[in-house]
Design a binder for this molecule. Sequence first.
Ligand code: HEC
Ligand code: HEC
Ligand code: HEC
Ligand code: HEC
Length: 348
Amino acid sequence: MNWSEAQHPPLDPTKTVGIESCAECHEEMVDRWSESAHATSFETLIKSEAARNIAEIAGIQVSEIPTTASCVRCHYTREFLHSAVQTTESISCESCHGPALDWINLHNVKSKSRAERVSSASEAGMKHPQRLYEVVKTCFECHVVDDEQLVNHTGHPAITNGFELLSWYEGETSHNYLVSKPGRSVKSHSSQLQPIPIDRRRMLFLTGKLMHLSYTLKVISRATDPPVDPSGEFIKLKNGLPTFAVQHSIQARRIFDELVAINKIIDAPEIKASIEIYQSLSFVTGQKKNILEAGEKIDLQTRAFTENHNGSEFHGIDSILETLVPRYSGLEKDEIEKVSQFMSKLKP
Ligand code: HEC
Ligand code: HEC
Ligand code: HEC
Ligand code: HEC
């Protein structure tokens, strides 16, 4: 597909610095990351049966997946090393925080104020956690799959089942090791994973819902394959699922219903506005432009939401947050329960 439309275009290999450059200062984060699916898929992805099936239909060798442009942008990180572009990691620090060459020496300058550091690094392309909108966006760029042909022809997942920002961050992906110490101009590292403050958890949950709806609408608007056959029946893909547009439309409806429920217990103008924007839509053919515009409008509401709130007023959703189970891949259900109990003790 055309990169100008891609939600997560490939990282520029001449701007990436690689995981070792982060390890120099953020060692415990790199250790934790190295055990997550984002890191281990470097070894596991091409060995899977799913990869073999997708490669076969896409007409490539399995060994070519880590260098095939249409896979690299969501699955791999490339660097320019020894005068050649090489695939060095799967989903790395820079996949989420942005290629670091231009910001690595700006984001940690002790002689600047925190605000100056955040703004100079962000201008140089860093997705800084201080700018919640920027850092959260990346998850949905990959986890809401935007490549219709990939989904409809190879059986690649369109949606990540059960994806919810807070719990999917708070499990194996989380790496909050920084603490503020009095008298220090920059944050310091702790050897212990720090619990995420409740206000921040509320913001992650709610921002995730809005962003998920916005990105899902945007990908629906780009679909071109017909969802039904000439007799009007929904087309089924080989894996038994409906087509790309239908899978995403069902997902959009699900997130909308959740937002409606959330809107009954908390008061946020951006959530109300997003609900109204969605309600103005009809999901019939010929609506692409309206659906895209709705996605873009909800995106603006999401940004405004992150700028206008800090989470302190949203205690109404705490009972929902308590039901979330931190996401760990490869764990059995009872192990997930144990982790969840452990996490709940960490919560302040
Ligand atoms: C020379 C040490 C050093 C290196 C190398 C380094 N960092 Fe940092 N990083 C820091 C320090 C110190 C802070 C705390 C800055 C502050 O308090 O504003 C920080 C903060 C951050 C933050 C923001 C956290 C926050 O909210 O304050 C992110 C994200 C980050 N680093 C990512 C990275 C990534 C990704 C790399 C590798 C590409 C990297 N860093 C390399 C020292 C470093
Ligand atoms: C838009 C981003 C995106 C693109 C492009 C993409 N993937 Fe994926 N892929 C994902 C995400 C996200 C997952 C995890 C989905 C999940 O957890 O259900 C995934 C999962 C997979 C899996 C595991 C699927 C399963 O059923 O277990 C394979 C294999 C895979 N991708 C191969 C590929 C190949 C090969 C390409 C290139 C032809 C590719 N992907 C392109 C985002 C992408
Ligand atoms: C899957 C996406 C993703 C990956 C991969 C990732 N980060 Fe992050 N990072 C985030 C998000 C989201 C936050 C904000 C978390 C929050 O709000 O509590 C964050 C927060 C941080 C922070 C601030 C932590 C704190 O205690 O405040 C630092 C520093 C950081 N990341 C560095 C790194 C480094 C170094 C790597 C690679 C080892 C990395 N990140 C990999 C998404 C990612
Ligand atoms: C560059 C694309 C990309 C970005 C950005 C990204 N992911 Fe992923 N993520 C993937 C892919 C691909 C997989 C599947 C890896 C595999 O197992 O092959 C995955 C897997 C995961 C898993 C484990 C899978 C499971 O089924 O349990 C979690 C949890 C996860 N992502 C959370 C997040 C969160 C939270 C963010 C944002 C903070 C994020 N991801 C950002 C591509 C991405």
